[in-house]
Write a protein that binds this ligand. Structure first.
Ligand SMILES: [Zn+2]
Length: 63
């Protein structure tokens, strides 16, 4: 059965907290701003889906 979302663990670039983000697997690659759930600062989150089990996630400080 194909999953529609994946959970990926990331580290906040500001406070270093471990966070979990939901990746929409129906979109091949995406880039958006997400506020850290802990320190509320904006992170630039980009991801690319390599295959069903592999998602390449990059986190940056949004300016
Ligand atoms: Zn944070």
């Amino acid at each position: 059965m194909q999953r529609s979302v994946a959970e990926e663990a990331i580290d906040c670039p500001f406070c270093g907290e471990n966070l979990t983000v939901l990746i929409d697997l129906s979109v091949e690659s995406q880039s958006y701003i997400e506020d850290c759930q802990v320190c509320c600062r904006p992170m630039q989150l980009s991801y690319a889906i390599i295959d069903e089990d592999t998602v390449n996630v990059e986190i940056d400080c949004a300016s």
